[in-house]
Design a protein around this ligand. Sequence first.
Ligand code: C2E
Ligand code: MG
Ligand code: MG
Length: 454
Amino acid sequence: MDRDPICRQLLEKALNDFSHERDRANQLQGLINHDSETGLMMRHMLVRKMNHLIQSGNKRFAFGILRLDRNYQRIRHSRDKLKVLLYVTAERIKMVMGEGNLYQSDRGDEFLFILPAPRGEEGIAKKVTKMMSAVREYHNPPASDIRFGCNVGIAIYPDHAETISELEENAEIALGIHEEVRWGGYLYSPEIGAIYHENNSLESILRNGILDGFSGFHVVYQPLVDTEGGLLGCEALMRWDAPGHGAVSPTRFIPLAEQSGPIVYLGKWILYQVLGQVKIWRETLKPDLFASVNMSLVQLEQPDCVEMITIAMNSHNLQGQALQLEITESVLMENPDVVLQNLMAFQQMGIRIMLDDFGTGYSSLAILNTLPVNTLKIAKEIIDDFPGDPRSVEIIRAIMSISESFGFATLAEGIEREDQYRGLVDEGVDVLQGFLFSEPIPAVDFQKRYLSSL
Ligand code: C2E
Ligand code: MG
Ligand code: MG
């Protein structure tokens, strides 16, 4: 029997509505599941996929995070360029990883990926190298002036984690290490995890120490001498006895303090300690004594950096000559404009600037030419091999000739043996520092040993 035409129309309309609804629902689902800018599937889809792999008894898979580096952060303000760059970058990574393995993270500057059946560490390394160079490649106009790199963190299921959240956390830890230590690996290991958790606990002890009136911190002084062994000044170095840990090396706690901010407080604290001490020594024992203090990039980037040091000098009634600042080459690579301005302001105040650990970084001659620097401090790594290794002799000579052309003074650090001392004096180094003369020692001992006889 024929259906009633009205009934049929109603049915057709309902079916139409239904299919529209379904399309809309699919569209909405697509929007929820895919990132609008890169078109990649979102993180929750990856979590679903990982859950599926785990439940279906799949033995191993690798989860990874790829985060774009600081250079990318610098172009964040240009919205249009950014869209194109992100899209192109995602496409490039997709080519390496395969379409179904790349996902968009909740963060805009980050991608997530999965390697469903990783072929050993070498197989992973190959993929990572390919991915990193794909990201680093130059972009076409209109963004051809922009180039950025990335860091990667990877953790493997079930080797490194039992749950997805633990897997994500461990990949994040590996990424953190890759970001901090450029040459470091990107693959999680229990050792990396242990260092990370210990660093976290050290960092909170460090913050507590600062809040507790800098308890556990003190300053030691190492003499800087002329070619005859006569005292010129000292380098002030920080020491920390962490409750429950004992003495922690500055090579460990300074980077921790730099990453999370407390270096600004520690830096100001040591400056006031040192200026107070130098003032007493200059007034009572040696009027031309100076102290050299290490300065981190984070400190030099503070908007009130010059003001802070000016106030510190004025409040101690000290002239610029009483202070030297030690900076490393990396400081100049990262943020040249702000840093250059601040360094020039320091020089105008009469504060001398020393380029620490010179010879281990990448300073180009062009940078040296524009730098407000007075002294090159030749790195211990080079002094170690001198004069036994003929190459180290050549390096020292090259540094001496650069210093002469640019008008820098030279200081050699880490001198432990008599032959190093004699050889460096013969090569014309101006100032010397090292265990051969003295280890870094507390102020009372420094005064007894170097200043009471004056
Ligand atoms: P640096 O500024 O290059 O300091 C020289 C380091 O070499 C010091 O290590 C010193 O104890 C060591 N040293 C000096 N002569 C010799 C030697 O003949 N043989 C050997 N084996 N070592 C020698 P220290 O005190 O462990 O400091 C390590 C680094 O930590 C410093 O390297 C500096 O980069 C950083 N640091 C220390 N104190 C501060 C600070 O107050 N602020 C900042 N920002 N960094 C600091
Ligand atoms: Mg130094
Ligand atoms: Mg040094």
